[in-house]
Design a protein around this ligand. Sequence first.
Ligand code: SAH
Length: 342
Amino acid sequence: MSKKNLFGLTLAELEEEFAPLPKFRAKQIAAHIYKRGVKNFDDMNDLPKNLRAEFSTRYEIKIADVLKRLDSRDGLTKKFLLSLSDGAAVEIVLMKHDYGNSVCISSQVGCQMGCKFCASTLKGLERNLTAAEMLGEIFFAEEFLRAQGRKLDSVVIMGTGEPLMNYDALIKMLRLLHEDYCLDMSYRKITISTCGVVPAIKKLRDEKIPVTLSISLHAPDDKLRSALMPINSAFGLKSLLAAGDDYAQVTGRRVTYEYILLGGINDTEEHARQLAKILGGQLANVNLIPFNPVVERTFSPPTNAAVKKFFHFLNSHGIGATVRKEMGADVNAACGQLRAKL
Ligand code: SAH
């Protein structure tokens, strides 16, 4: 019989699993799993020996195995391909910034959203990740950093997949991550990036988990946006911007609008003007992402001059804009370059 994996269970689930043992056993084991990174029941010194032996036969504590690791030349970005229990694989990216270490995790194996510029969706959706698997991606990063005397400061859910299409597992994972018996991570240190699943943005607004929301906008009008992102045919710009504004009002968190700059497609001054117009008055800022090449996609990156011009236009028209620092493009770890296989 295969062993049940305890990693990713909440305290309540552990209590239920171990019943009728007293509840403090679940607390002890949660502390071993989440606070100390213990993987082996023999190392749980505060459990009686017979219990350790019994648990070793019934349970395991497993995160993910590393299939491959790639380090960027500048040493700031590391990409890991992790294998999941069914043989599927996902990528995560560890980044070192001036303000700390962040990990970018995947929410699905593959993606069904079909954005025309992205590598992650080329083969469609294979499956959703479970809450435990997403938490495992984060713990992998945390343990990797801890072994080097560093720590994990923030989490971005911006890897492969559309997190809001895997809503229930995502919320379960976020709540667990925030628990004090787990990583005790502040919601403010967590960013979710979505292509614009409007009903799920509305639901998220009411969860009382004030994470930072990033909305992949990429075009300032419906015609262009629908051509680039199929989701826009289901939920157009008007409803998306209203949902973003509402999210900011209710949570008090400034929304980030991501805007890929595709050379010659959406990077002119006229696009910048329209963008400033539709975002005017919102508690929002814009993160410009120069297109990262994907072999199968025919778009070109913008010129440096176009990026500068776009950036200055927004900032001088009342929209706080930043240009995303490209990280890890030499190991295909930059935005839009992640896939299930290397
Ligand atoms: N599904 C989510 C999160 C994954 S993509 C979303 O759509 O937001 C993370 C970000 O990278 C998104 O803004 C996405 O549009 C962007 N992206 C995708 N392909 C890219 C590429 N080739 N170059 C630059 N950014 C890209």
